[in-house]
Write a protein of this length. Sequence first.
Lengths: 430, 902
Amino acid sequence: MEKPLTALIQPDGKPLDVAGYERAGGYQALRKALTMAPEAITAEVKRSRLRGRGGGGFSTGRKWEAVPQGADAPRQRYLVVNADEMEPGSFKDRLLLEQTPHQMIESVIIGAFAIQAEIVYIFVRAEYVLAIDRLNRAVVEAEARGYLGANVLGSGFAVSVHVHASGGRYICGESSAMLTALEGRRPLPRARPPRSALSGLWGKPSVVNNVETMCNVPHIIERGADWFLGLSRCDDGGSKLYGFSGRVKRPGLWELPLGTPLNEILEEHAGGMQDGYECRAVLPGGASTAFVMSDSFDVAMDFTSVQKVGSSLGTGNIMALDHRRCPIGLLRNLEHFFAQESCGWCTPCRDGLPWVERILTAIEAGEGEPEDIETLSRHVTFLGPDFTFCDLAPGAMAPLGSGLKHFRAEFEQHISEKRCPWHDTAESWA
Amino acid sequence: MTTFLVDGKAYTAKPDENLLQACLGAGLDLPYFCWHPALGSVGACRQCAVKQYANEADKTGQLVMACMTPIAEGARYSLADPEASSFRASVIEWLMVNHPHDCPVCEEGGECHLQDMTMMTGHAYRRYRFTKRTHRNQDLGPFIKHEMNRCIACYRCVRFYGDYAGGRDLDVFAAHDHVYFGRHADGTLESEFSGNLVEVCPTGVFTDKPFSARYARKWDMRGAPSICSHCGLGCNTTANERAGELRRIVNRYNGEVNGYFLCDRGRFGYGFVNAPDRIRTPLARGADGRQAPISRDDAIARFSALLRAGGRAVGIGSPRASLESNYALRALVGAENFFPGVGAGEDRLLRLVAEILGCGAVHVPSLREVERADAALVLGSDLPDAAPRAALALRQAVRGAGFAHAATVKIPQWQDAAVRTFAGGVRSPLFIATPTATRLDDVAQATLRAAPADIARLGFAIAAVIDPAAPAVANLSDNLVAHARVCAAALLAAERPLIVSGVETGDENVIRAAANIAAALRARGKSVSLMLNVPECNSLGLALMADGQAGFEAALGEPAALVIVLENDLYRRAARPAIEAALGSAHLVVLDHSEGPTSHRAELVLPAASFAESGGTLVSSEGRAQRFYQPIFAENDISEAWRWLRDAGRAADRTTCEGWSTEDDIVAALAGALPRFAAIPRAAPSEEFRITGRRIASEPHRFSGRTAMNAVRNVRELKPPVSADSPFSATMEGFHGKVPPALVPFFWAPSWNSVQSVNKFQAEIGGALEGGDPGVRLLEARAEAALPYYTGVPETFARREGMWFAVVLPRVFGDDEQSARAKPIRERMAPPALVLNGEDATLMGAVSGEVLECEIDGGRQSLALEIHPELPRGMAGIAGLSAKAHALPAWIRITKAERGAA
C-alpha cells in the first residue's frame, strides 16, 4: 500500500531539508509541472478526482478551473493554503506541515503555476509554532534553490510564498473569512456569490485549498491521475490521513486508502477500544460532523459513503464516544467551543449557539426542562444551511442534530431524573 | 421593470433591485435590520428570510435572505411560508435573548425599529430562561448616548460610521455574543456625522444626548418640516416641539438633497432657539441709555415714528433670514436702500456666485447628483468643515467606479461587502486642491496644497487644457502643469464631471477658475455640474435678491437717518470702526432672535422669530427654494421679522406691504416682483391647502398631556393656536395620512413607528419621495445661456518677508454663528488657533501650542500655534475665529507673545 503523503516522514521526527528532499525525489514533480501547460495540470488534477480534504470535499480540479485564465483575465491571482487546523479532534495537517514542509512548498508552487497565481499564502494556525518555523525555513531553502522567486527554475514563472500565522480564531478556517483575515480585517465570512475564484483575496481571483489536499498534487503530477485513482478503495482518488482519538488502544494518525472502512481503522490501526470501553458512536471527521452509530461502523470512510449514513467525512479524524462518556456532556463541550468561536456576524449563530450551550449545561446540571428538547431541535433546523451566513453554525448543529436523534433517551433521562446519569462516574464531565 | 411573484401575487420592481427592496417598494411588510437603503445589503441579521421557488412545480423552495437575492423575472417567492415566517420570529427571539426590554425607560421607545419588527414577526413570548450578557457603556461625548446592552448587533452603526462616512473611531470589538460596538476607549466620537447613528441604529444603543436632557416621546411632540439653517446646503429636517420648546432636530428625507443623513452641526445646533439670550420682547433704549422691554404696540409706534421721521432709511438684509423677511425689508426701504448684510469680501464672492449660477449656463447639481458624479474636482473648499453633507455626498461619488467594476462580474451595487471587496481601491477620480489637508483627502486620487492664488491658477490651467480657447496660464510650475493635465483628462473622460468650489478661500479667482473649467467642459460638449458652496442658509437667496447691489459697508458711506438690521450681527461682518462710523448718529432698529453686539447697540430691538417659530423660504446653494414651517407657537411677542416690518410699515402709512396677511401673500409678491423667484410659490402647497377639508395634523394622533402639560401655569384648556401661514393644524386634530412631500410633519406609518417608515413615503425605496422631492429649483441651466471665460489669471503666490498670507480654515463646529450658541456644539468647539507650516514655525522659533500674536482686523489676537505640514509656506491659517473671518484673507504680521513677568 503506497503512502505518498507520509512516505518521506523520518523516524526521528525531523523533516528533510531541501537537499534531503531532493535526494528523495523532491521537486521532480515541480520540474515536470513546469514543462506542462497550466491547464493540463488542472485537467490532470481534475481527472484524479482529488476532493478537498479540509472537509468540504469539493473537486480540487473544478475549483482551479473556476479561476479566470487568459490574457485579459484579472491579475493578480492568489493561492491560499488553509493550514488553520482548529477543528476539534483534528490534527492531520499538523503532521504534514511539521514533517514534510518541502512537500507543502512544492505543492503550492505547482498549484500556483496551475492557476497562474503570483502569490501564495499559507495561513497557519497560530499555535502551530513548529510548523510555522519549519515552513519558513523551507521557503528560504526553496528560494535559495530557485524553486521560488521571480523565475522559478528558469521557467519564467514567478511566485512567492508567505507563511502567515493566524490571529487565532476558528472562523479564520472558513475560507472566505480567511481571506478577510489575510487582508488585515476582522475575519468575517463573505457571502457567495461571488466565489473566491472570481473575487477572493483583495477582490482578486483566489483559490483556497487545504494542506492535505495540496500535498497530493505533486504526486498526481509525478505519477499521474490513474495511479492516484488506484490508491483509493472508492470512486474518488488518493490516500487519506485518518486519525482516531478517544478511548482507543492506539490513538494516532495513518495514511490509508480513501474509503477504508471505519471498523477497519478502529480495529486494525487504532487497536480497538481500551478494555472496559465500548464504542457507541464516533464523530467521523471532527466536531462539525454528525455521529455515526456503532451499527454503521462498516461504512467506508469516503465522501459519498459517510454521507449515506447521515454524516460526512469531514477531516477524517475520528473521535470515539464510549459508553462511559455522557453524550450530552460531550455535546455541551462541543457547543461551548462553537458558541465561543462564532464570529458574531449573523444572528442565529451569534445568539443561538450560546442558548444551545446554556440549555445543554442546564441539562447536564440536572436543570433541564421538557421544552428544552424542542428548543434544541428548533435550533438544529434554524441554524442549518441557508439559514445562517456561513457553515460554522450548520457544522455545530451536525453533532447536536444527530445526538438528539440517537441519544434522545439520554436527553429525556437527564431531564426527567434531573441529573446526569454519568454524573457519579469517574469520567463525569460535570 | 421586472415582474416577480410573492405568495402568488405579481409585483414589479426595477431589475437591479434586491428582493427586500422590491418587497418594501411593493408595500409589503418584510422585517429587516442590517439592510439600509443607503448602506446596501450584507446579509448579517437574517431577518428578511423568505422562500424562493425554482419554478411553479417547486413546492419546497429554498430559504433565502431577501436582501441578498437579486429579483428575477417571473421568480416566485413566499413571505407567508410557515418555515420562513417562523424563522423570522426566531431571529427576533434570538435578538431578544440579550436585549434588556427596557422600552419604558429607553429613548427609542415608540420609534424603535426593533419594536416594530418584533411586532411584525409576531414573536411575543420569551423562552430563553438564562442570564443576559451585559456591557459597560462609553461616554461618547456631547452628542451621543451609548447603551450597549440594547445592541442587537446589526452592524449598521459601524457600516455607516466607517464604510459610509469615513469615520475611524467607531468599530466592532470582540466576538460571538460579546460583540461590542464602540470606541477603543471612552471619548468623543470624532466624525461630524455621528448624530446619524441615532437614526441608523435600529434600537436604543445610540441616542440623542441633548434631546435626552429634554426628552419627550415621538408621539408627544409636534413635528414641523424644517430646513437646516447652519450652512448653505439646505438639508431637510424635522423640528420637534413640546411645551413650547424645541426638543430636537431629526433628518427629514429628501431624495435629492440630504437623503437619510445630516451633519452634527445641523442636528445638534438648534440650542439657540431655547437659549436664555433669546430676544423675547421688544426692547427700547430709554433715557438712561439702557434697553428695556416695551409692549408690542409701543414698539410698532416707535418703529413707525422712525420711518415717518423721514431721511434715508437703509435696510440691511440677512443671509440667515428667510426670503420673506428679506423681501419685506427690501420693500419697506426700497430696492436702492436694501443691502445684503454680508461683509465686503463675502459680498463680492456671493455676487460672483450668483452671477455664475444665475446665468443659466451650467447645471447646478443636487446632492444626489453630486453622489452620482463620476469625476470631481474640489477647488479651494474644505468641504467636511464648510459643507459636511456635500463632503459625505462626494465620499459616495468616488464609489461609482467601484460599482461599475463590480458590475463587470455581476456583483450588484447593493451587495455592499462584495462590492467593497471586489472594488478595493478602485475609485472614481476626485481631486482636492485646498490650502491644507481635509477630511475628504483619504478618498481623493490626488490632492494639491496651495495658496488660493495657486489654486486659482491650477483651475485656470485645467480649463485651458480642456479648451485651448480658455485663457492660458503663464509661467505655470511643472507641478501645476502635471496636476492640471491629470485633472483635465479625468474630467474629460467622465460622463458626469463635477466641479466644486465656493467662498471658502475668500478668493474670487478660485471661483472664476471653477467657472472656467465648467465652461470649458461645456465647450467640449460635456454635461458638467458646478457646485459653488455658500456659507449660510439663505446666502444664495439673498445674493439673488440683492441682484448686484453691493454689500452694506459700501452703502453706509452715505449718511442715513435710519438703519434697519434684519437678523444679523454686523460686527461679524465688518471692522468695528467702519460700523461705528457708518451707523454714526443714525437710528438703529434691529430685528433678531438672539442678542448680540448689534442688538445691544440698537435703539429699538424687535424679537424676530427663529426658524422654529416661523415659516419661510430659503434658497440653498443648489438654488433650491424650500419652505420651512413652525413647530413652536410663541406665546410672547416673537413674530416673523416680515410681520414686524409689515406692521411698522402700515403704521407709517407705507403702501408697499398692502395686502400681506399671510406668508403666501408675500411669497406671491416676491414671485411677481422678481422674475428670478417666480417659481417659489411652487416650493410647497399654500396655506389654503386642505385634505378632505381638514388641515394637516402636526401632532401625532397619540399626542398626550395636551391639557396637563401647561396646567402648572394655567388650568384652563386654552384654544389651540392656528397657523396663519401654513396648512398645518397646531394639534393632533386634522388629517393623518398621505400628505404632499413638503408637508410631512413626521415620518410615521401603520406598523412603522420608527424613522424607517420613510419607506412608506417613497415612490421608490431609497429614491424620490412619492409626489416628488420637496423644493423648487430656481436655477435651471438653459442651452442658449452662455458663460464667457473669466480672464485675469492671478500671479503665482509669493511669500512676503515678515508677513503671512492669512486665510480662514473652516471648522464644522463654531464657524456658524447660530449653532455656536448651542451648548453641545460649544463643547465640540476647539479654541481658536493659528496654523503654520512647520518650517515657518521653526524659523520663527515657535513650537506647537505656543501662543502667538496675530494682527487681524486692526487688533491683536493671541492664538495657539498648530503645525500643519501641508500648509504652504508663507501662509497662515486662522481657525475658530469666525467673528473675525470678515477680515480675511489678508496679509498679517505674527509676533511671539511678550513673556509676562515670571
